[in-house]
Design a protein around this ligand. Structure first.
Ligand code: NDP
Ligand code: HSE
Length: 432
């Protein structure tokens, strides 16, 4: 029986320093819960000379991964260096050397999660990744354990803290996109390369992880439809508000008899919907199960201590398994082959903002484009805004397929009365 658990911490940035802080400040509680103390033995960083605000001794910091992997006293590796190839190699080498791994790395888990879980299983090691989705919200464990008996058919919500922070600051504090992104970066929410956040890639990785787990299948990045927040045009946030909506960067994964659809995109959410009031770096995820119905999980989606809470939760789980000698017994290969729906099988309502010539008969001409494609309109409004010498028309459809939406966009772009299709959004959280 072990009388202490030793950790090799890979990375001491926003998340790694938070993990060290929690393990230090909550050491007595953790020791009580596990029956043995948990200690950080070595820390891998890029630059050992960087000034760090920590109680850990400077001589445990190293730039040599081999030193950590080869250390027989280290029981568990915590990977929070981020990135892909080096992080993946570090995880693989740790597992091959018989050390369990806790990671916050959604890039690696979205790309190679199944392969690494398989490797962990083969080496009788744990590989836990709670912090890869939803920051401090315990979502992975909820799907794996709490909702294990149910059949999940949809997961929708806000899974990226940075973009939600930016949209909140732009809407409520009238900050510019650049100012808000800068603030999110300074607060440690954004990825090392923030284009992963704003282009929707980070959220897509998280939806791959959630959808694969929830639907027991193997969703890949190329299966996810992704639109970044740069698609949001000037004036759209205010316009959405005038129509009773808030624009959110949302992730959605839905499954029915036709197959699976996974998307990340800026969407219109009705102001009355709870997702509309999820602000700043907070995330909120709805999980719909056949038996449980609708459940919602809400909490900080990024940041040092919230994310470190999920990492240390995984450390506790891995330590318990180590103490019981039952590591590496979690893998369940996907039950189903992933079948992605075609665009004609994906249904939603759409908001279209179109700049048109200010001429008699334009409205009739445009309405005809919609009816040509079998789309019925819920709202048609000529807005006071003027762009490019024309007027803005707002069209909100009833439910149509994504294919119908694309066909309409295509025809509008070739309609002489249309100056420009300014923007379009799927409407989330409302069917009619
Ligand atoms: P940071 O950039 O703040 O920290 C990265 C740390 O890893 C630094 O200490 C750096 O060393 C070290 N490092 C990076 N590359 C190497 C390398 N090749 N060799 C050795 N050390 C290296 O990242 P975060 O803490 O923000 O993120 C870590 C992981 O957690 C990422 O996968 C991220 O996606 C994920 N995550 C982050 C969240 C957040 O809110 N920030 C939330 C959820 C997940 P040095 O200090 O010397 O530069
Ligand atoms: N950059 C990520 C976000 C960190 O903003 O959500 C949490 O995964």
């Amino acid at each position: 029986m072990k009388n202490e658990i030793n950790i090799g911490l890979l990375g001491f940035g926003v998340v790694g320093s938070g993990v060290a802080k929690i393990l230090h400040e909550h050491r007595d509680d953790l020791s009580h819960k596990l029956g043995v103390p948990v200690k950080i033995n070595k820390v891998l960083v890029k630059d050992v000379n960087k000034k760090r605000n920590t109680d850990l001794s400077a001589d445990i910091f190293t730039t040599d991964l081999d030193e950590i992997i080869a250390d027989p006293t280290i029981d568990l590796i915590v990977e929070v260096i981020g990135g892909t190839s080096e992080a993946k190699q570090a995880i693989e080498r740790s597992l091959r050397s018989g050390k369990g791994v806790v990671t916050a790395n959604k890039d690696v888990m979205a790309q190679s999660g199944l392969e690494l879980l398989q490797l962990a299983d083969e080496n009788r090691c744990d590989l836990f990744y709670e912090a890869s989705v939803g920051g401090g919200i315990p979502l992975i464990r909820t799907l794996e354990d709490g909702l294990a008996s149910d059949r999940i058919h949809a997961i929708t919500g806000i899974v990226n803290g940075t973009t939600n922070f930016i949209l909140t600051k732009m809407k409520h504090e009238k900050k510019t996109y650049e100012e808000a992104l800068q603030e999110a970066t300074e607060l440690g929410f954004a990825e090392a390369d923030p284009s992963a956040d704003v282009d929707g890639i980070d959220a897509a990785r998280k939806m791959v992880i959630l959808a694969s787990l929830a639907f027991s299948t193997d969703v890949r990045m190329e299966d996810v439809f992704v639109r970044g927040m740069k698609e949001i045009r000037k004036g759209d946030l205010e316009l959405a508000d005038q129509f009773g909506y808030t624009i959110k960067m949302a992730g959605s994964a839905k499954k029915d008899e036709a197959g699976i659809e996974v998307a990340v995109e800026p969407v219109f959410v009705p102001n009355s919907h709870p997702l509309a009031s999820v602000n700043n770096e907070f995330n909120a995820v709805y999980v719909y199960g056949d038996a449980v119905g609708e459940t919602m999980f809400y909490g900080p989606g990024a940041g040092s201590l919230p994310t470190a809470t999920s990492v240390t939760g995984d450390i506790v789980a891995a330590c318990r398994n180590l103490l019981l000698g039952v590591n590496g017994k979690r893998l369940h290969a996907p039950q189903f082959k992933c079948k992605i729906k075609s665009d004609s099988q994906k249904y939603a309502r759409y908001f279209h903002r179109i700049s048109v010539k200010d001429e008699v008969g334009v409205l009739t001409r445009l309405s005809a484009v919609y009816s040509n494609h079998g789309a019925s309109l819920a709202t048609v409004i000529q807005h006071a805004d003027r762009n490019n010498g024309g007027v803005d028309l707002i069209m909100i459809t009833h439910e149509i397929s994504r294919q119908q939406h694309l066909d309409i966009m295509n025809e509008l772009q070739n309609t002489p009365e249309v100056i420009e299709v300014l923007s379009f959004y799927r409407v989330e959280g409302e069917t009619r």
